[in-house]
Design a protein around this ligand. Structure first.
Ligand code: SF4
Ligand code: SF4
Length: 308
């Protein structure tokens, strides 16, 4: 059984604005895609800056789907920026190349938003296989546009992080050495710069799980995660310091629990409820399950990369 976990101080609010996405990647743990219609309503979005203020949260981490598709995306950033916090846009890069999003990169730069972008390989074939034909080239175009604005460059305060996840049913390689390889390859071949590479373990849920089942690899992958359990990662697990919010304004211990519909261990389960009542986060128990071995395997995994 996965060890019991307790929360520390709450520092990050991770908000999923909705499941609509311009892509439909094979590894997506959200099952996001162009036909999804679930999107956060305006009333719920307006609660976010109030929650940040109330609980003195230092980081807003905006995700989706492609969160930029949401009509309230820019306004949420403008309002949250008044609170002087870090804001992360979990960007799929290709959204920057879609019609109607020509001003998006400049907006992110003007608002000093941290861009954390998926690029599961520096090789075209691997990216296109996982994320769709043409995605690699469009991602490079988007990265160049971000670089032009100062993102990822030495001496600039505009932070551009890339996210790697394995193409197949294996654990990510060591983060630091892979970051060096990414930096070398992207600079030499495309003149592209970035700040940090985050390696993330694929979670065997939703579309990735279906893909594993179809290939007969589901059991083996879960066994790999279980057998690679590393207790050194426990103290740094992201559920110790974040809460995850879905498009309905319901709160969860993490994005994975959100996707699995695993409720937070509290009577207060929505943004509205935690706004109207006081929650003492440190010491609260976290709801764990078999999938949690995806966070503790090997070097560990979180939305900010490996854990050790
Ligand atoms: S992995 Fe990201 S870009 Fe791909 S479908 Fe899911 S949300 Fe969209
Ligand atoms: S999936 Fe990972 S982040 Fe979520 S509760 Fe389990 S260990 Fe924590």
């Amino acid at each position: 059984m996965f060890p019991a976990l307790k929360r520390n101080n709450l520092s990050t609010l991770q908000v999923n604005l909705g499941y609509k996405c311009n892509q439909a990647c094979s590894h997506c743990h959200v099952d996001a895609g162009p036909n999804r219609t679930e999107m956060m309503d305006d009333e719920t979005i307006r609660l976010i800056p109030r929650i940040i203020e109330k609980y003195k949260i230092s980081c807003l981490d905006i995700t989706g789907g492609a969160p930029e598709i949401h009509n309230g995306f820019k306004n949420l950033i403008l309002e949250s920026n008044k609170l002087g916090i870090d804001i992360i846009d979990r960007c799929n890069l290709t959204i920057l190349t879609e019609d109607g999003y020509e001003d998006l990169a400049q907006f992110l730069a003007d608002q000093n938003v941290i861009v954390t972008a998926s690029l599961p390989c520096y090789e075209k074939n691997n990216v296109d296989k996982q994320r769709g034909i043409g995605v690699f080239e469009r991602s490079i175009t988007a990265l160049k546009e971000l670089n032009k604005l100062g993102y990822g460059k030495n001496g600039s305060n505009l932070i551009l992080n890339l996210v790697y996840n394995p193409i197949g049913p294996c654990l990510p390689p060591p983060q630091k050495s892979l970051e060096l390889a990414y930096k070398r390859e992207l600079l030499e071949k495309f003149n592209v710069y970035f700040n940090n590479l985050y390696t993330i373990t694929n979670m065997p849920i939703k579309r990735f799980a279906k893909d594993l089942i179809a290939k007969g690899e589901y059991q083996n992958y879960n066994r790999l995660l279980l057998e690679s359990f590393n207790s050194e990662n426990i103290d740094n697990l992201m559920c110790k310091y974040i809460i995850s919010v879905n498009w309905k304004g319901e709160i969860f211990d993490c994005d994975f629990n959100q996707q699995l519909g695993i409720s937070i261990n509290s009577k207060l389960k929505t943004l509205n409820e935690i706004l109207n009542h006081d929650v003492e986060w440190p010491g609260k128990s976290i709801t764990v399950g078999q999938h949690c071995y995806g966070c503790t395997a090997g070097s560990g995994s979180s939305c900010s990369g490996s854990l050790n």
